[in-house]
Write a protein that binds this ligand. Structure first.
Ligand code: 5GP
Length: 212
């Protein structure tokens, strides 16, 4: 990238979808190809799933700790999802944006709404739809990390989440993960080239022809 990087304006790349629609795979794929995209690690009161690591997948917190942090305005946004609290720590996001880099956020529709209210022009939001509810259920079961109760409540929650699809800038149906990953990449590339994200351009254009 150009030496103008430091002066570019970072964006908040928000991806939402119901559990099981493939969002985690897609955001991992996106980050593999963009090591300049910083993943926001959320805090949650949900217990860790097997294999999940504190500080990598989430910051796992007790209800009390979470509430304390929320009162101190530690979160940029937070919401209750499937009976647990989830929140985006504010400082890492602001620090990344200040360096002109982009932040990837895997958050639900409530979080997306809150960020849109706070930083409308810096948010690019993408909703990932499953190809069918049946497919979604299969993916949830294949994950086999949650109990039947949890799966049922996630299916109910999934439909609630899906009803918010029209609040997003972009909507992708994840029929084929390679195709969807490529589409996600195209969105990021195009948004990075938008005029408002390149404030250095005015200077650049002025210097193109200093005679005039
Ligand atoms: P899971 O428990 O499957 O990891 O995540 C459940 C849901 O919580 C997902 O839809 C995910 O997008 C959402 N989520 C994860 N972190 C946050 C967060 O920081 N804020 C909000 N609002 N939602 C989150």
């Amino acid at each position: 990238m150009s030496s103008e990087d430091g002066r570019r304006r970072g964006l908040l790349f928000v991806i939402s979808s119901p559990s099981g629609a493939g969002k985690t795979t897609l955001s991992n794929r996106l980050r593999q190809n963009h090591d300049d995209l910083e993943l926001s690690i959320s805090a949650t009161t949900r217990p860790p799933r097997p294999g999940e690591v504190d500080g990598v997948d989430y910051f796992f917190m007790t209800e009390d700790d979470f509430k304390k942090h929320a009162r101190r305005d530690y979160f940029y946004e937070w919401a209750k999802v499937h009976g647990h609290r989830y929140g985006t720590p504010r400082t890492p996001v602001l620090e990344t944006l200040a360096t002109g880099r982009d932040v990837l956020l895997d958050i639900d529709w409530q979080g997306a709404q809150q960020l849109l209210l706070e930083r409308d022009s810096d948010v690019v939001s993408v909703f990932i739809l499953p190809p069918s509810m049946r497919e979604l259920e299969m993916r949830l079961r294949k994950r086999a990390q949650d109990s039947e109760d949890v799966i049922q409540s996630r299916l109910t929650g999934a439909w609630k989440e899906i009803t918010h699809w029209a609040e997003y800038h972009y909507v992708l149906v994840n029929e084929d993960v390679d195709r969807t990953a490529a589409d996600l990449e195209s969105i990021l590339r195009a948004e990075r080239l938008s005029r408002v994200r390149q404030p250095w351009l005015s200077d650049f254009v002025r210097k193109l022809n200093p005679e005039r």
